[in-house]
Design a protein around this ligand. Structure first.
Ligand SMILES: CC(=O)[C@@H](O)[C@H](O)COP(=O)(O)O
Ligand SMILES: NCC(=O)COP(=O)(O)O
Length: 257
């Protein structure tokens, strides 16, 4: 019997490189190169590289995905909307992981989780098509009991809990949103799902999420790119990973008494 919790001391960091591409696209230059950022992030401790190919290609381009796929030493987690175009592209690229996310062209960033209940047949078909190509599928959902159950019923082996409301919460709402994520992670793990989390996490709010033993991976991007402006890219990756591991080990050791 292990005295440590489900994922134990392991908490993986997925570095999202979207906003390296945002900076590149601001001037139409070929720098900073998102592919170089991904490879350096791996060397600095990233366990996964996450990138979101949006329908409007506002940051990551198809060419970035195609260039990066053969060079990654860790895992590629490609985020994509549930559309035939994106699913077919993912089946061509064959990343280790695909995370299905909702997308609204007018949104500044992802505003909420995928409504698996409302789009169940479409999501289940996409999961089957991707899994048939050997791609592990994650569903980006709110920490909502019924959405978590629907994700499991749709056949996805992984869920990623949307932490945006937690990131934006203040005061009593913060404790409420954290409790929702803890409960969602517990339910997902109980249903045999791998539970990830992400969106809006940064250097001073990630600790409480990293401490949740049922969560195995955090995807973080915007905050790392922002911090890298002052600390440097590799330092920014190392620092967030160290904060996550320290938070996870802290709760594990506390359990051992
Ligand atoms: C799904 C999610 O929360 C992010 O990974 C997503 O990529 C956010 O979109 P932007 O990166 O365009 O802000
Ligand atoms: N799925 C969340 C992600 O990849 C990164 O989101 P953010 O840290 O850029 O908000």
């Amino acid at each position: 019997m292990s005295y440590l919790q489900p994922n134990g001391p392991v908490i993986d960091l997925g570095v999202n490189i979207d906003h390296v591409a945002t900076l590149r696209n601001a001037r139409g230059t070929d720098y900073p190169d998102p592919v170089r950022a991904a490879l350096l992030a791996e060397q600095a401790g990233a366990d996964v590289i996450t990138l979101h190919l949006r329908e409007d290609r506002r940051h990551i381009k198809d060419a970035d995905v195609l260039a990066l796929r053969p060079q990654l030493m860790t895992r590629m987690n490609l985020e994509a909307a549930v559309t035939p175009e994106m699913i077919d592209f993912a089946c061509l690229v064959k990343p280790q992981d695909v995370c299905l996310v909702p997308e609204r062209r007018a949104e500044v960033t992802t505003e909420g989780g995928l409504d698996v209940i409302r789009h169940f047949d479409q999501v289940r078909a996409a999961v089957r098509q991707l899994q048939g190509e050997g791609i592990r599928v994650s569903l980006f959902i709110d920490p909502d009991e019924e959405q978590i159950k629907a994700a499991a019923q749709a056949g996805a082996p992984v869920i990623e809990l949307h932490t945006g409301r937690y990131a934006e919460a203040r005061g009593a709402e913060l404790a409420h949103e954290l409790a929702r994520i803890e409960a969602g992670a517990r339910l997902g793990a109980a249903r045999g799902l791998k539970v990830n989390a992400g969106h809006g996490l940064h250097y001073t709010n990630v600790q409480a999420i990293a401490a949740i033993a049922d969560i195995g991976e955090l995807n973080i991007g915007h905050a790392i790119v922002a911090h890298a402006v002052f600390a440097g890219w590799e330092n920014a990756v190392r620092e967030i990973k160290a904060i996550m591991v320290a938070a996870r080990l802290g709760t594990q050791l506390a359990r051992l008494g």
